[in-house]
Design a protein around this ligand. Structure first.
Ligand code: F6P
Length: 316
């Protein structure tokens, strides 16, 4: 079988590990695996290249994605997808492994209806995909954020400050949740755990009076303006406060061991599924076991609230 592999949407550490696993497991099973460059744009431009064991040598440790990625709004258009499927068929590519997030899965679900055998791997730092406990890249991003929280605590203590740290995650608070717990944050403000600002300000005022030298607030993006929040904390709590927006640093870096293992397992599993004639599915890890679910059951679905919130103080 000729199989394409692409990465799409926001990049995530471990995408290269997944590409490597798909290429090598594919080749070991007698398939030809084609790298498709720059996500769905590569499908539209027929930007395909046959990959082999050697072409993916040395990429295991690299952050980003060697295939490149993109967000392609035109892909929402049916005619555009028909063209993409045609381009694959012309080349004799009948199956496609896509590595990305929810938007990527939506594209793959539609391509499946057009006769391309698609399998999806969850590649995003946000950990916001239903049907999997973890996404590829999440663990590495958590490490990056924890490192930032540790460093912020150093300087916050020296200056007796409250640091507000905004992290990524879109509608999912897992990055803030995990990093906040690991870094001992005083407040973790996420979509699943919204905080009553006035109550938080009262608690900060109390902490300051008790003689605490620092406080950390970890915040998921788009909940509240972090700079305005820091100004309000400075004005009302007795702590001086500064905001840090961590930004795209979270998406880079060499994948950590957990992400390498996860991406290797998922890449291999994608080929196993195609060998068994299973497609139109997204791969996940559940209780440390590989699973697959139809795209329909994953796309746009909410994840259950993370159990780790039981460790987090409610300030609502
Ligand atoms: O990859 C997911 C994500 O990092 C989100 O957390 C963030 O909101 C978004 O990507 C930013 O994406 P872009 O690269 O389009 O600015």
């Amino acid at each position: 079988m000729k199989i394409g592999v692409l990465t799409s949407g926001g990049d995530a550490p471990g995408m290269n590990v997944a590409i490597r696993a798909v290429v090598r497991a594919g080749a070991n099973n007698g398939h030809k695996v084609y790298g498709i460059y720059d996500g769905y744009r590569g499908l539209l431009e027929s930007n395909f290249k046959l990959l082999n064991h050697h072409s993916v040598s040395g990429i295991l440790t690299l952050g980003g994605t060697v295939l490149g990625t993109s967000r392609v709004p035109e892909f929402l258009d049916h005619e555009v997808r028909v063209q993409a499927a045609e381009n694959l068929k012309k080349k004799g590519i009948e199956a496609l492994v896509v590595i990305g997030g929810d938007g990527t899965y939506r594209g793959a679900m539609e391509l499946t209806k057009l006769g391309i055998k698609c399998v999806g791997l969850p590649g995003t730092i946000d950990n916001d995909i239903a049907g999997t406990d973890f996404t590829i890249g999440f663990h590495t991003a958590v490490e990056t954020i924890v490192d930032a929280v540790d460093k912020l605590r150093d300087t916050s203590t020296s200056h007796q400050r409250c640091s507000v740290l905004e992290v990524m995650g879109r509608k999912c608070g897992d990055l803030a949740l995990y990093a906040g717990i690991c870094g001992g944050a005083e407040f973790i403000w996420t979509p699943e755990n919204p905080i009553d600002k006035d109550k938080m300000l009262k608690q900060l005022t109390k902490y300051k009076k008790e003689g605490r030298r620092h406080a950390i607030v970890v915040l998921t993006e788009k909940q509240v303006d972090p700079h305005a929040l820091a100004e309000e904390i400075s004005a009302k709590s007795g702590f001086s406060s500064r905001a840090t927006v961590l930004g795209y640093i979270q998406r880079g870096g060499s994948p950590c061991p957990d992400d390498r293992i996860l991406a290797s397992r998922m890449g291999n599993y994608a080929i196993e599924l195609l060998n068994q004639g299973i497609y139109g599915v997204a791969v996940g890890v559940r209780d440390n076991r590989m699973i697959s679910m139809p795209f329909n059951n994953v796309v746009g679905q909410e994840r259950p609230k993370n159990q780790l919130y039981s460790l987090v103080k409610k300030v609502s």
